[in-house]
Design a protein around this ligand. Structure first.
Ligand code: FEO
Length: 405
């Protein structure tokens, strides 16, 4: 495995994960699209390794092999900087410690506590605070800035003023494998478009609950003269780091107001709800508002979260099931709450058999979501011509409301 020079004394090693585990965090599919686990080396008179990998698919051995191309082994690392203790970046820590008992491991106070609880490591550990610095010699002084909840409470970023590289760990990261290239200027326009989709899915599933903290972190890092953003997942931004900083600022803003588009999330047992949905979609199309459409439970919820988080409007179509919400849709609504899919303009529609029931459970479930709800429409069995006319008009109303922001 080769190592990628970011500067004369800063290097990136990565491992692509695209098969096992199939689910990131045990929830989010990465099979095919993949994710990269990036580590960085800073060579001063002392050598720092910034962020480890998990032990998935031999990832750690790939990074060790990349170090070998600098004629380094794990034993040569003087400081291991752990910006974030989630095991995708630390799963290899126990083995690392066995191979190099002399290395000092640096993290925040909360990170040090997690090191003890996750890996039973408490010796040779240094806790750093916001603004602390570590002089590697050779002109490289690493500074640490706490960025709590981007992604866990213990998270920090590491800044090397000499090279202008910000080692940001999860912040500014994305799903998507690197496949032999690392830097933003090495990917085509189409590849960047694919990464952008995966970075939104990464943000919506991993980071969206913490958008307020993302905004605080971006504000805090503003004074730094950043020449390169080096996250621990995805592309390293050496040509235009502003692109990914602005992208994350935009994503954080979606917690307050989304793009002028609608995400349609629907399920149907026997086609009755689908028939009503088609009428509502006709109304949306008449107003010319772009929309994405996802069937539940056919499509993985991570893709629904990404589009729903980005959109100003939602159309939720589901039948009543045993006097309550259609069960897979109840899971989606619960994830909307957990992932802060807040401040949306929403239309809910659906059919029922004997009596309704979805409405009551739905209205309780969405209470914390701060949604601006249009009047919903439910019908018994197959929609009548009157139902279809109402649904088409509701679709138009939703679209007009979204356009009015
Ligand atoms: Fe990439 Fe929150 O770990």
């Amino acid at each position: 495995m080769k190592i990628f020079p970011v500067s004369q004394s800063v290097f990136c090693a990565y491992a692509d994960i695209d098969s096992l585990p199939e689910l990131f965090e045990g929830i989010w599919p990465i099979k095919g699209s993949g994710v990269s686990l990036n580590s960085f080396v800073v060579k001063g008179e002392k050598i720092a390794l910034i962020d480890l990998t998990s032990d998935w698919t031999n990832a750690s051995r790939q990074v060790v092999s990349a170090l070998g191309s600098l004629e380094l082994s794990l034993k040569d690392i003087d400081f291991l900087i752990l910006n974030h203790l989630e095991p995708d970046h630390t799963g290899f820590l126990r083995e690392f410690r066995c191979e190099n008992p002399r290395c000092e491991i640096v993290s925040t106070v909360k990170g040090v506590n997690l090191m003890k609880s996750f890996y039973n490591i408490s010796e040779g550990v240094r806790a750093v605070k916001d603004g602390d610095a570590l002089d590697l010699g050779g002109g490289h002084i690493l500074s640490f800035f706490e960025t709590p909840n981007v992604h866990w409470p213990e998270t920090m970023v590491t800044w090397d003023a000499a090279s202008g590289v910000l080692f940001s760990c999860d912040a500014f990261g994305s799903f998507g494998k690197l496949s032999g290239r690392v830097f933003d200027d090495e990917f085509t326009k189409d590849e960047h478009a694919a990464f952008e989709k995966e970075s939104l899915r990464y943000y919506a599933t991993i980071v969206s609950s913490f958008s307020l903290f993302v905004e605080k972190a971006i504000e805090k890092l503003k004074p730094l003269d950043i020449k390169c953003i080096a996250p621990s997942h995805g592309i390293v931004w050496r040509k235009n780091p502003r692109v990914v900083i602005d992208r994350y600022a935009k994503y954080a803003s979606y917690a307050k107001v989304g793009e002028k588009e609608i995400t349609i999330v629907w399920s149907s047992m026997y086609g009755n709800t689908k028939a009503g949905l088609d009428a509502a979609i006709r109304g949306i199309e008449q107003e010319g508002v772009p929309y994405s459409i996802h069937r539940v439970p056919d499509e993985d919820v991570s893709y629904i979260l990404a589009d729903a988080y980005k959109s100003a409007g939602l159309l939720i179509a589901m039948p009543t099931y045993e006097y309550a919400m259609f069960p897979p849709m109840a899971y989606v609504i619960d994830l909307f709450r957990r992932k802060h899919i807040f401040n949306k303009t929403v239309l809910r529609i659906g059919s029922f058999g004997w009596v309704g029931g979805a409405k009551k459970e739905y209205e309780t479930a969405i209470t914390p979501l701060k949604w601006n709800s249009l009047e919903s429409h439910e019908w018994a069995g197959f929609p009548t011509e009157t139902d279809l006319s109402i649904l088409e008009e509701r679709g138009r109303q939703l679209a007009r409301r979204v356009l009015s922001f």
